[in-house]
Design a protein around this ligand. Sequence first.
Ligand SMILES: NC(=O)c1ccc[n+]([C@@H]2O[C@H](COP(=O)([O-])OP(=O)(O)OC[C@H]3O[C@@H](n4cnc5c(N)ncnc54)[C@H](OP(=O)(O)O)[C@@H]3O)[C@@H](O)[C@H]2O)c1
Length: 322
Amino acid sequence: MFAVYAESFSADDPLSGLVVGERPEPTVPDGWTTVTVKAASLNHHDLWSLRGVGLKDEALPMILGCDAAGHDEDGNEVVVHAVVSDPAWTGDETLDPRRSLLSERHQGTFAAQVTVPRANVIAKPASLSFEEAACLPTAWLTAYRMLFTQGDLKAGDTVLVQGAGGGVATALITLARAGGLRVLVTSRAEAKRAKALELGAHEAFESGARLPVKVDAVMETVGRATWSHSVRALRPGGSIVISGTTSGPKVDDAELTRIFFLQLRVIGSTMGTRAELSNLMNLLDATGARPLIDRTMPMEQAADGFAVMAAGEVFGKIVLTR
Ligand SMILES: NC(=O)c1ccc[n+]([C@@H]2O[C@H](COP(=O)([O-])OP(=O)(O)OC[C@H]3O[C@@H](n4cnc5c(N)ncnc54)[C@H](OP(=O)(O)O)[C@@H]3O)[C@@H](O)[C@H]2O)c1
């Protein structure tokens, strides 16, 4: 079947291991089912995979992609939850030590079909297009959990989103506004700061700029480049919720003194549960908020989408369609 997959790894030239071609039809284990993919979206995770981060040599070739929306075996419109937990696991799927994401242990979604546990298939609200729904299972679900579960933020709170242009960051801006928060953002690029304001941010600043107020929480996905600024942006007792380290995980100064003295909280966050994915879809259905799609392209042109993401030229999500 048609598939976009990783054939090899390269830290410096990740696109060199990307193949747009054919892979065998999936076999379907007991309790699993097949979804015919209509749309999938690109995540930084897919670039990490091509760099050999989170994926082992013996897993190659591996079909990339965590997110998909499409049709189940009965023709229903569905969204795929990307977190695959152990069948014996109960409770929050993201806390299963044996969990994996699609495209890590099991083949991913950039293909004609993807095979997943039955429980990972969720009905798509009719109000969301396949393209919009395909943005949700990774970036948008991660943003939802960061703000409302791990960050425990409420209407009226003030949040800082670092690195305004990313898939997770644009989701954070839209969801924070939908939840009644005051939203400050940073970006390295003037054009992205302007777009962030259009998207709903109240104020936008250059990366590292001094802010006019201390915030209740910072949403971190950038890592090394913004960590110190994030710690310094918080009011006493405030929280950093971190789900990524795009600029690298090794910080020059962890700001430990400030963290204990101001009694700050540092909270990790990864993906989200099936229940949170349903709640996210209900929120979009009810509020009319929608994922910002930077561009949509046929899955055959996936390499172009990867190149744009690697160059950091994205504002919103890149969607691949079938
Ligand atoms: N834990 C999880 O479950 C989970 C889920 C989804 C994503 N993630 C992680 O979260 C991160 C973002 O993912 P994404 O898909 O949103 O990626 P993306 O679309 O490529 O966004 C990356 C953003 O990071 C900012 N950035 C990159 N390098 C920077 C630097 N040196 N200084 C300042 N800002 C920088 C950029 O913001 P500006 O250009 O606007 O400054 C860019 O918009 C990735 O590391 C990904 O692996 C984790």
